[in-house]
Design a protein around this ligand. Structure first.
Ligand code: FUB
Length: 308
């Protein structure tokens, strides 16, 4: 692996998949804001051959065209949440009224298990700071499974009427309304049942359809469901992406940018040391059928062309 560029603000041309080869990147979440895409990723730092995640911080990259990326200074670390022990697992950043909210999975220091925190900033590039001083979701708030990593992988969606929702989970998929301040739940925690749900929910809307994509089975493929209502019922629609090479997890973000749709995911494609704990973000096009269903993603080595 090439040595890491010095950040902040190093420019990278991503002319093939994986898009970054100077460091391992996982669990992509993407935000389109004004005329740029902001790509947030976990940083896989496990040494070669080590089995198990080593993840201390998240990374942020921005691009005007999906190919030329600027890497910025890491804007958030797991330990920026004073109540967290560490472990910067999957996250999601969303904008509301000019503020940027970063929902993050971390290991709680005092309450057994994973938890979800929220950090806030005036800029998509940070600096971000803990918005609550406490976790938004802790393991003791959900009791369907005995595992302690079921409260992970936040995905936030703001519906057309302004109501925000937090989706999250491993093994069991949950959602709850968020207050307008984006930092408190606004009602009960609900459960959604989908075939072979593992983790990594992502919600998006196109025309009058809501889409809920997620990591399916283990090793993970990506599957999805559709609904006419954000609160369901959700109808399972099948596999969206096959196993991504050399990684037992997958984790997708879906965006539209400059007239095209994109599927952003990770694989273990950097050789010789890439794998399930040294993952790499990739981008391919996403296409829809006339009835609104999504075509299965064609993962490519070439990746995407500059968006105009
Ligand atoms: O990166 C750690 C965990 O692996 C994420 O939270 C899951 O989505 C899976 O990708």
């Amino acid at each position: 692996m090439a040595s890491a560029p010095s950040v902040p603000d190093t420019t990278i041309k991503a002319t093939s998949n994986p898009i970054f080869t100077h460091k391992y990147t996982a669990d992509p979440a993407a935000l389109v804001y004004k005329d740029k895409v902001y790509l947030y990723a976990g940083h896989d730092e496990a040494p070669a051959k080590r089995e198990g995640y080593v993840m201390h911080e998240w990374l942020v990259f921005s691009s005007p065209d999906m190919v030329t990326w600027t890497e910025h200074q890491s804007p958030l670390k797991a330990k920026d949440f004073a109540w967290a022990k560490g472990e910067a697992w999957a996250s999601h950043v969303i904008e509301r009224d000019g503020k940027f909210y970063w929902y993050s999975t971390v290991e709680h220091a005092a309450i057994r298990g994973k938890a979800i925190g929220v950090a806030v900033s005036d800029s998509p590039l940070g600096p971000f700071k803990d918005a609550r001083g406490t976790a938004l979701i802790t393991n003791d708030m959900t009791t369907e499974t005995k595992i302690n990593w079921n409260d992970i992988d936040p995905a936030v969606f703001i519906d057309d009427n302004g109501q925000a929702y937090l989706f999250w989970g491993n093994t069991t998929l949950h959602y709850a309304k968020l207050k307008k301040n984006m930092t408190e739940l606004d009602g009960p925690i609900n459960t959604i049942k989908l075939p072979h749900f593992t983790e990594a929910p992502w919600v998006h809307k196109r025309k009058d359809w809501y889409y809920l994509s997620y990591a399916y089975q283990f090793p993970e493929k990506t599957a999805y469901a559709m609904s006419k209502n954000i609160e369901g019922p959700w109808e399972y629609k099948g596999i969206l992406n096959e196993l991504a090479g050399n990684s037992n997890t997958n984790h997708q973000a879906i965006i539209d940018f400059k007239g095209k749709s994109y599927f952003i995911y990770h694989n273990g494609g950097i050789q010789p040391e890439g794998g399930s704990f040294r993952r790499s973000v990739c981008i391919d096009y996403l296409d829809y059928n006339k009835d609104g269903t999504m075509k299965r993603v064609a993962m490519t080595s070439e990746g995407v062309k500059p968006a105009k």
